[in-house]
Design a binder for this molecule. Structure first.
Ligand SMILES: NC(=O)c1ccc[n+]([C@@H]2O[C@H](COP(=O)([O-])OP(=O)(O)OC[C@H]3O[C@@H](n4cnc5c(N)ncnc54)[C@H](OP(=O)(O)O)[C@@H]3O)[C@@H](O)[C@H]2O)c1
Length: 248
């Protein structure tokens, strides 16, 4: 039996990387998938076609997760197109790394807006329909950097730590409505973004991870399947590290 049959998931930032992996695993588990992207129109079309091969409904929406009004409009459209919405995955995120000495106000604000405010925007937009349905699972993509901090990533770490506080608060507010809210803290996940890094540095990172490899988008997607499905029906307000033991 598929774990996510008869459910619709909205995944932000699925044109590439981790979000892409989540969309594919969700379709394999029978979920209908609405997903967003920022600029990658062609990649989004290709993903729509790929998801449909699993026999589910799929649609990509170009929508800036950092824009409050756009998020409200997006959820309205998804509900019109799909009829219901049981799962939200707040995955869209960016980095603008720099040492605090050099970081600009603009780069601090931008990362907070895209990574943290977006989580507020989308969560606020879905809770009314989820409350009516008396069912919902919200999964927020944090990072081990949000748990531990990281030199050169104060803006990113602040956004990802903020997500953890937000996640726990939503879990406490909406548990009585059968809406669960959890976070995932990925470690080093090998995506297009990390493929551009110096191979020697990446090799050093791999060696330092207890499981001796970087994670894949599928590793993160599998944790999302668990948190979205009834397999985790009694789990809310938690953070699952998907990091090969990095923070242990
Ligand atoms: N990779 C890692 O090692 C790692 C580790 C820990 C946490 N994470 C977190 O996991 C999430 C995904 O990371 P990733 O490595 O898969 O990133 P990625 O490959 O850079 O993909 C980012 C995705 O987000 C979309 N996006 C960016 N800005 C957006 C906006 N304003 N509105 C809507 N969508 C937007 C992008 O769309 P376009 O293609 O249109 O630009 C793309 O689909 C992020 O939240 C990241 O912080 C990643």
């Amino acid at each position: 039996m598929k774990l996510l049959e008869n459910r619709t998931a909205l995944i932000t930032g699925a044109s590439r990387g981790i979000g892409n992996g989540i969309a594919i695993e969700f379709a394999k588990q029978g979920a209908n998938v609405a997903f967003t992207f920022n600029a990658s129109v062609e990649a989004a079309k290709a993903l729509e076609r790929e998801l449909e091969t699993y026999g589910v409904k799929a649609k990509g929406y170009q929508s800036n997760a950092a824009d409050f009004d756009a998020a409200q409009e997006l959820v309205k459209e998804v509900l019109n197109d799909f009829g219901s919405l049981e799962i939200l995955i707040n995955n869209a995120g960016i980095t603008k790394d720099n040492l605090l000495m050099r970081i600009s106000e603009e780069d601090f604000d931008k990362v907070i807006e895209v990574n943290l405010k977006s989580v507020f925007n989308l969560t606020k937009a879905v809770i009314r329909p989820m409350m009516k349905q008396r069912q919902g699972s919200i999964i927020n993509m944090s990072s081990v950097v949000g748990v531990k901090g990281n030199a050169g990533q104060s803006n990113y770490a602040a956004s990802k730590a903020g997500i953890l506080g937000f996640t726990k608060s939503v879990a406490l507010e909406l548990g009585s409505r059968n809406i669960r809210c959890n976070a995932i803290a990925p470690g080093f996940i090998e995506t297009e973004m990390t493929a551009k890094l110096d191979p020697n540095t990446v090799d050093e990172w791999r060696k330092a991870i207890p499981l001796k490899r970087g994670g894949s988008p599928e590793d993160v997607a599998n944790a999302c399947v668990f948190l979205a499905s009834d397999m985790s029906a009694y789990i809310t307000g938690q953070t699952i590290n998907v990091d090969g033991g990095m923070l242990t």
